[in-house]
Unconditional design. Structure first.
Length: 201
């Protein structure tokens, strides 16, 4: 039996500054959207979700049989329809309230402040401005609604840089304990004392 040699995947190149990216490179925005319903699809989507449930679909069939003259035992009066409408309306209202909270949380995350390195200076902006390859300055206890690579950290002793920090991932996995993250050793050796944004500019 011939042994197959593993194929190596081509390296993925990401520019350090998104202005250096290829003109044809297209990356998604950093806008967060966890909401499920919007003004253009809310009502049809909600009705489909509720009417496709087996219990609700059963009562839809009952209402249809009550309206149909050949099978109606209620003089074609859909006596089950008001109860079904009340139940579906109540569930839809609950879902809309929950989804409104998602919209609010998304808006807070998208408009929260971030600090980007632009032309050698730190510029304040919002997280929807972040693009692939941006260099960001993250201060203590700030949220991180993006996938980031740690390239430098605050050093208590600049003469002996360690390139380490701790992050909390409670919103991802529910764990409240801090997790350690380290800068790649190649970057620790290259970044000497001084502000990292000055060296990366």
């Amino acid at each position: 039996m011939r042994r197959q040699t593993p194929t190596t995947k081509p390296a993925r190149y990401l520019p350090l500054h998104h202005d250096d990216a290829e003109p044809t490179a297209k990356y998604p925005s950093n806008k967060i959207s966890t909401a499920r319903y919007f003004w253009y699809n809310g009502l049809p989507k909600l009705l489909w979700e509720e009417l496709s449930k087996p219990s609700n679909f059963y009562f839809v069939i009952v209402v249809a049989l009550q309206i149909w003259k050949c099978t109606s035992s209620t003089s074609q009066v859909p006596t089950t329809a008001p109860v079904l409408a009340i139940v579906i309306t109540f569930v839809i209202v609950l879902k809309l309230v929950e989804d409104h909270q998602r919209h609010v949380a998304d808006r807070i995350a998208n408009t929260s402040a971030c600090h980007r390195l632009v032309d050698g200076a730190i510029v304040d902006g919002v997280w929807t401005d972040v693009r692939v390859g941006d260099v960001l300055l993250v201060r203590n206890r700030e949220p991180l609604p993006a996938d980031l690579l740690l390239i430098a950290a605050h050093e208590p002793d600049p003469a002996a840089p360690r390139g380490a920090c701790h992050v909390e991932t409670k919103q991802l996995d529910g764990e409240t304990n801090l997790k350690g993250r380290s800068v790649p050793s190649q970057l620790v050796s290259r970044l000497g004392p001084g502000p990292p944004e000055r060296q990366l500019a």
